[in-house]
Design a protein around this ligand. Structure first.
Ligand code: C5P
Length: 304
């Protein structure tokens, strides 16, 4: 039996980061927002009794490790740990459309979709709450990758408060470089060393929450914030050119997504986003216009 599950890319229109906690993570308050760039994960019982993991699709994944450390296999083992017998060998195919190490949670999307597909194929019978618990163990962004849509994220990103937000139009600019999330957080610590950083409060996200809930692109543009941006720019200074090029092409706002290096631009309409993307592509950037995406139909979390 084969089962396919999908998970969307995320952007962070708002990301306030506090000091490093004793467990090594940073407490944060963020707003996660799904955009229509999708990973598909197909899981099947393997015909030859061996585990296989292959990546296909438009994003080149040839540099990815397909061994046991890959989040896909860690998600499989997390589901299999609930079985009373050993799991069968699996053949897994990931269709990759989210930039790798781009700050758009591509690896987390793979883990989330694998949790859902492996749960079906292995007949593990895990419910939504079980899968959310496993997701949080796999990574800070994996619970959101499971539920999708738009949500405030707290804790280290795993505590979610979903809310409804009309679709907006964005342009995503992938960067060929890739940035490591721990390296960007370490740079954030280094840059913040001279001035005390206080833990962000939920209230700081309210302006962005209201703007997104109203579907008001000008208000969303006015509330864009990413506390990791200075660290990402320190590690990859060329990204400020990408942001300037986007604003020069008519975007309402520009922000680095999560730990970067993908740059996200906001437009007032599909036509405007297409124009921004086209102008950036003609200047040599890997830009594409994308619409916001709704929650995963299987995994909406009740508002708290
Ligand atoms: O949770 P995840 O495994 O995706 O995190 C990768 C790394 O990013 C962590 O090991 C940590 O260095 C950093 N991180 C952090 N604070 C967070 C989330 C991630 O410092 N809230």
């Amino acid at each position: 039996m084969a089962f396919s599950a999908a998970s969307q890319a995320k952007i962070n229109p708002f990301l306030a980061v506090g000091p490093r906690r004793p467990d090594g993570y940073h407490g944060l308050v963020t707003v996660f927002h799904s955009v229509a760039l999708r990973e598909d994960v197909q899981v099947a019982v393997s015909a030859d009794g061996m585990d296989h993991l292959v990546f296909t699709g438009p994003v080149d994944a040839s540099a990815l490790d397909v061994g046991a450390d890959n989040l896909v296999w860690r998600a499989v083992e997390a589901v299999a740990a609930s079985l009373s017998a050993a799991r069968p060998a699996l053949a897994i195919e990931v269709t990759k459309r989210i930039p790798i190490q781009g700050g758009m949670a591509g690896g987390s999307a793979d883990a989330a979709a694998t949790l859902v597909a492996a749960n079906h194929v292995l007949g593990a019978g895990l419910d939504r709450a079980d899968l959310l618990t496993l997701a949080a163990k796999l990574g800070s962004d994996v619970p959101f990758a499971l539920v999708g849509g738009t949500a405030v994220g707290m804790g280290r990103g795993e505590k979610l408060e979903q809310f409804a937000a009309p679709a907006l139009w964005w342009t995503v600019v992938a960067d060929p470089g890739g940035l490591s999330t721990p390296a960007v957080f370490a740079k954030f610590d280094e840059l913040g060393a001279e001035h005390a950083i206080s833990a962000p409060s939920r209230g700081e996200a309210q302006g962005m929450v209201d703007a997104l809930a109203a579907g008001d692109p000008l208000a969303v543009a006015a509330h864009l914030r990413n506390d990791l941006q200075a660290a990402a720019l320190a590690l990859a200074p060329r990204l400020s050119d990408t942001m300037s090029a986007g604003l020069g092409a008519g975007a309402l706002g520009a922000v680095i997504s999560g730990s970067g290096p993908s740059v996200v631009l906001l437009s007032a309409s599909e036509v405007d986003a297409a124009r921004v993307a086209e102008e950036l592509r003609s200047a040599g950037f890997a830009a594409q216009a994308v619409c916001s995406a709704g929650p995963s139909p299987m995994f909406s979390v009740p508002a708290s």
